[in-house]
Design a protein around this ligand. Structure first.
Ligand SMILES: Nc1ncnc2c1ncn2[C@@H]1O[C@H](COP(=O)(O)OP(=O)(O)OP(=O)(O)O)[C@@H](O)[C@H]1O
Ligand SMILES: [Mg+2]
Length: 366
C-alpha cells in the first residue's frame, strides 16, 4: 500500500523557528529539513522544545518568528486541518464509546467519505497495523500496545503526507516498546510516509530514525545519522547525551586544525591525545571526550596514564572497570566479554590509554 509520502509532497522544512512563551524561548532559532519518506527523530531532554517544534509543524502552535513548509508550501499560518498530517500522541486518544473500526474510520467520516469506502479503508488500515479481527472491540478491551496501533491506523487511514508522533510509546513497558519501535519503523518503510518522531529516549531515536536531531534548551545541537552522532558528536552536549562518555578537562599543548590530533595537558596531571573537533588554538581550555569501550587498560607504561582499578562491574556482555587516575578523576573502561582481554580486578595497577582517533577534543566556548 503506497501512501502519500513519496515525491516532494512529504517534505517538511522548519526555517529559523523561534517560539517564546513570555521570557522563555522554548524554540530558539531551529532550522531543519526532512526529506519525503524520511524518518527523523527529535531527541532531547525534558523541556528542550521537542513538542513545541512538533506543534508548530502540526499547526497547533504558531511561531513567534520563522516558517514551516510542507511539500514546499508555506503553511506557517495554516490551520491544522489544512495541512494533511497524521498525529499520534503519548496518551491513547481513542474515543472510548466507539468500536476500533469506528475510531479508525472517524477521520474519513469527518472528510465526508461514504460508509462502504470508510469501512474498507478502515479494515485495510487495521490490517496494516496487524490487528485484523479486532475491529468490533472497544478500546478498553485492548492492551496498551494494541491501542497505540489503533491510534496509528487512525492517523494513516486518510493517507497523510506526514506523520507526527510525540512520545507514542512512552506509556508502554520495555518489551512491548521495543517491539513497537521496530513495528512502526517497518510500517513507515512499507508505506513511505514522512515521519517526525519526538522522544527523549536516545536508544529509541537511534533504533527508529534515519536521522536524529538533537536539541538542548531550544537549540539544535546536531542533526545526523545515528552512527555519525555516536562516532562524531559535534558538541560536548551531544557526546554526553548520546551513549556514555568520559570527559577530562585540560589545555591544548599546541594548536591543531579540525580533525587533526592534539596533545592535551590534563588538569590534575598527565597527558592525552584526542582529535580536534573544531580548530583548537594553542593553550586553550579543552574537554577530552572518550567512550568507555574505546579506553584500553594495560599494564602500566610510559605512554599511558597511571591508574588503579577502583571497581569492576560485571554485567554479562561486558565488564565496566572504573579506573582512578588521581586528582579526583575516574574513567570508565568497558571490556567486552569473550574477547580474551584481561579482566582486571579492583586494586590492580593499570595503564589507561586510547588512540587519538577514538577521543575528541572540544575547545571551550570563547
Ligand atoms: N504553553 C506554554 N506556556 C508556557 N511555557 C511553555 C508552554 N509550552 C511549553 N513551554 C515551555 O517551553 C519549553 C519547551 O517545552 P516542550 O514541551 O517543547 O519541551 P519537550 O522537549 O517536549 O519536553 P518533554 O520531554 O518534557 O515533553 C519548556 O521550558 C516549557 O516549560
Ligand atoms: Mg514533549
Amino acid at each position: 500500500m503506497a501512501l502519500g509520502g513519496a515525491g516532494t509532497e512529504g517534505r517538511v522544512a522548519v526555517r529559523d523557528l523561534v517560539k517564546r512563551f513570555g521570557p522563555v524561548a522554548a524554540v530558539d532559532g531551529v532550522s531543519l529539513d526532512v526529506a519525503a519518506g524520511e524518518f527523523v527523530a527529535l531527541l532531547g531532554p525534558s523541556g528542550s522544545g521537542k513538542t513545541t517544534i512538533l506543534m508548530a509543524i502540526a499547526g497547533f502552535e504558531f511561531p513567534t518568528s520563522g516558517r514551516v513548509e510542507i511539500g514546499g508550501e508555506d503553511v506557517t499560518w495554516a490551520p491544522p486541518n489544512k495541512r494533511n498530517l497524521g498525529m499520534v500522541f503519548q496518551r491513547y486518544t481513542l474515543f472510548p464509546h466507539m468500536s476500533v473500526v469506528e475510531n479508525i474510520a472517524f477521520p474519513l467520516k469527518m472528510r465526508g467519505i461514504g460508509r462502504a469506502e470508510r469501512e474498507a479503508k478502515a479494515q485495510a488500515a487495521l490490517a496494516t497495523v496487524r490487528l485484523e479481527g479486532y475491529g468490533a472491540r472497544r478500546p478498553s478491551q485492548l492492551s496498551g500496545g494494541q491501542q497505540q496501533r489503533v491510534a496509528l491506523a487512525r492517523a494513516i487511514v486518510y493517507r497523510p503526507r506526514v506523520l507526527l508522533m510525540d512520545e507514542p510509546l512512552s506509556a508502554l513497558d520495555k518489551n512491548l516498546r521495543e517491539e513497537m519501535q521496530l513495528e512502526i519503523k517497518h510500517l513507515q518503510q512499507r508505506i513511505g510516509v514522512t515521519v517526525v518522531f519526538v522522544t527523549h529516549d536516545q536508544t529509541e531515536a537511534m533504533t527508529m530514525a534515519d536521522r536524529v536531531a538533537v536539541l538542548d534548551r531550544g537549540r539544535l545541537q546536531q542533526v545526523g545519522a545515528p552512527r555519525d552522532l555516536y562516532e562524531a558528536p559535534a558538541t560536548p552536549f551531544v557526546a554526553g547525551f548520546i551513549g556514555e562518555t568520559n570527559f577530562l578537562p585540560g589545555r591544548a599543548k599546541a594548536a591543531a586544525v579540525a580533525g587533526a590530533p592534539v596533545a592535551v595537558a590534563l588538569d590534575g596531571g598527565g597527558e592525552a591525545v584526542a582529535t580536534a573537533v573544531g580548530a583548537v588554538p594553542a593553550g586553550v581550555a579543552v574537554r577530552v571526550a572518550v567512550r568507555p569501550e574505546r579506553v584500553a587498560l594495560s599494564p602500566p607504561s610510559a605512554d599511558t596514564l597511571p591508574g588503579t582499578i577502583a571497581e569492576a562491574i560485571y554485567a554479562g556482555v561486558a565488564t565496566t572497570c572504573i579506573a582512578d587516575i588521581g586528582g579526583d578523576r575516574r574513567l570508565r573502561a568497558r571490556i567486552a566479554a569473550g574477547t580474551g582481554l584481561v579482566q582486571w580486578e579492583p586494586g590492580a595497577r593499570v595503564g589507561v590509554g586510547w588512540r587519538a582517533e577514538d577521543a575528541r577534543a572540544f575547545a571551550a566556548a570563547p
